[in-house]
Unconditional design. Structure first.
Length: 563
């Protein structure tokens, strides 16, 4: 049986309080019940690390490993797993404040730690995932005064660091390192150093603004800095990406609580420091606004880092359609690659609902990724169906889904968000998905036609087929909510632009000017027919604003549109 599963089913929080710990074979560990930060930092120093250190980073004695698990919205107690370079794994639980402490012998460096909520399944995307994070520790990080005590904290910044190290070492993300005990010894030492530099560049200004020391390390900081560091953690969201080619969770996504990617980058890829004082003012403006519009969507609406410019989601620039007044604010929570089902399962809606309140408006634009339902056994189809796909209504408007799996109905999935919004006295609004530059033959070309539908192929790889835009309309009618016909409006835009000008709006750029696209889709000779560059995003945002103005039910927000 997998050690993690064995532990999950056999060790309870009450056992943890009694001092029990389950560990891998040929290892020894003791768990302590310390519940305050002072107890964690005042453990007896004993022998120094150098005295205990043998050949190849092997410790021939007892070591205390302790730390704090910190993440916005994370539930405690949480699981903690520490793995050393020999593949030995040590498991315990935090206390209700997120502290943990282990006494371990027979230890080999470096170490990788992970923390995950009690109900989380960090390696899957077809069920609600929960918050999962990782961290790593090397001997070079050890302060001399710590003796035989290792401080190994786990938080959004350490997870981003571990993600950088994992991808630089040939893994698709931190979870693969955490799940494979033998991976720890294969991690790149150079990448470990570089990851600390990136975090220092990206968050050094915020550390200073908060009063943290100049050499602050999110892995090894001691408990006295926790109250200040917690202020930073409270404005960060951490999650894992999704690898479409194999269905696995991948690299770490780190944003502020208004969904701006962090560390921020410029168009040339340089890291920009996070100004927490400026962000707090932005966040307070959103919190104080009388009217807020939240965007729940996919990559056509999401926020992109500076290095990906000019790629821009329409939601990223939607606020520009409104008067610059404190009464109304826009929060773009759209996430690239997500369907209506995976947006929920992968934890993105959990972040949204923590911020939303009665009186808010919820714009829901999904469909592009819901359509990925071709169950091709030789390609990515099996992963798409398992993790992303939802099925459209049939020609008579009836929901379609496998037996006992209504969550795989597009209408059901959209309706869940609508019901949530209404139950919390918010106003939900549906949008049909933006168009692709595709003609009736399914090729890049003109005239552009409606393509958000599936048709059965010769291999009968679709369990159900139908029209996704029509399903949005059906869902709006049944739930009595406004529907903005964005697909039809963007088809009209594309055909007005025609062959000569569409590449000025959709993503088709010169890689000489934007080197980021040298080896990516989105360059002139390999255009992206789905996503927008900045000019196109502005045009689509203006269309959405116009569609809002045409809806009588949306007059309260149309009032704030620029005239």
């Amino acid at each position: 049986m997998n050690l993690k599963h064995l532990y999950t089913h056999s060790v309870s929080w009450s056992l943890f309080l009694s001092g029990w710990l389950l560990v891998a074979a040929n290892t020894s560990a003791q768990v302590m019940n310390d519940s305050t930060s002072s107890q964690y930092t005042q453990a007896a120093p004993g022998a120094s690390m150098q005295t205990l250190l043998g050949h190849h980073g092997h410790v021939n004695g007892s070591i205390w490993v302790s730390g704090r698990v910190s993440a916005h919205l994370m539930k405690f107690p949480a699981h903690v797993q520490v793995t050393d370079a020999a593949g030995h794994q040590y498991l315990t639980l935090t206390n209700p404040q997120g502290y943990y402490k282990l006494q371990i012998s027979d230890l080999q460096f470096p170490l990788v730690a992970s923390a995950y909520e009690l109900d989380a399944n960090c390696s899957r995307s077809d069920t609600l995932r929960g918050i999962c994070m990782g961290s790593f520790w090397t001997l070079e990080q050890q302060p001399h005064h710590m003796g035989n005590r290792i401080r190994l904290n786990i938080n959004p910044l350490t997870d981003k660091m571990l993600s950088y190290v994992a991808t630089a070492s040939g893994y698709i993300g931190p979870q693969q390192v955490i799940d494979q005990p033998d991976a720890v010894s294969k991690l790149s030492a150079n990448a470990m150093v570089k990851s600390q530099q990136v975090i220092s560049e990206g968050f050094g200004q915020a550390f200073t603004q908060l009063g943290l020391p100049a050499n602050f390390n999110p892995v090894t900081y001691t408990a006295k800095w926790q109250p200040l560091f917690k202020q930073l953690v409270s404005v960060l969201l951490v999650n894992r990406n999704y690898q479409t080619s194999n269905g696995q969770v991948s690299s770490t996504t780190l944003t502020d609580t208004l969904y701006h990617p962090l560390p921020a980058t410029t168009v040339d890829g340089a890291v920009q420091p996070f100004d927490i004082n400026q962000f707090r003012m932005q966040l307070q403006a959103v919190q104080r606004a009388k009217t807020r519009i939240f965007i729940l969507g996919d990559s056509t609406a999401s926020i992109y880092p500076g290095e990906a410019y000019p790629r821009t989601g329409w939601g990223q620039v939607f606020a520009e359609q409104f008067q610059n007044v404190p009464e109304i604010k826009v929060v773009d929570a759209a996430e690239s690659g997500r369907s209506s089902r995976s947006f929920y399962n992968q934890g993105w809606f959990r972040f949204m609902r923590a911020m939303m309140r009665p009186g808010d408006y919820l714009l829901i634009q999904m469909g592009h990724n819901d359509e990925k339902c071709k169950d091709d056994p030789d390609g990515r189809g099996q992963y798409d169906v398992r993790n992303t796909c939802t099925y459209p209504n049939d020609a008579e408007g009836h929901p379609q889904f496998p037996m006992h799996r209504p969550q795989m109905s597009f209408q059901y999935s959209l309706s869940w968000f609508i019901r949530y919004a209404k139950a919390h006295h918010m106003t939900p609004v549906l949008l049909t998905p933006t168009t692709r530059i595709k003609n009736a033959e399914g090729k890049t070309g003109f005239p552009v036609v409606h393509t958000h539908l599936t048709q059965q192929d010769s291999g009968h790889n679709y369990a159900y087929v139908g029209d996704y835009s029509q399903t949005v309309r059906d869902t709006g009618r049944i739930n009595q909510v406004p529907v903005l016909e964005l697909e039809q409006a963007t088809i009209q835009l594309a055909n007005q632009l025609g062959e000569d000008h569409w590449k000025e709006y959709w993503l088709a750029v010169d890689p000489q000017q934007y080197p980021y696209y040298k080896d990516r889709t989105g360059r002139l000779d390999k255009p992206d027919t789905t996503h927008f560059q900045h000019r196109g995003a502005e045009a689509v945002a203006a269309i959405v604003a116009q569609l809002i103005a045409e809806q009588p039910e949306l007059k309260p927000i149309a009032h704030y549109l620029k005239r």
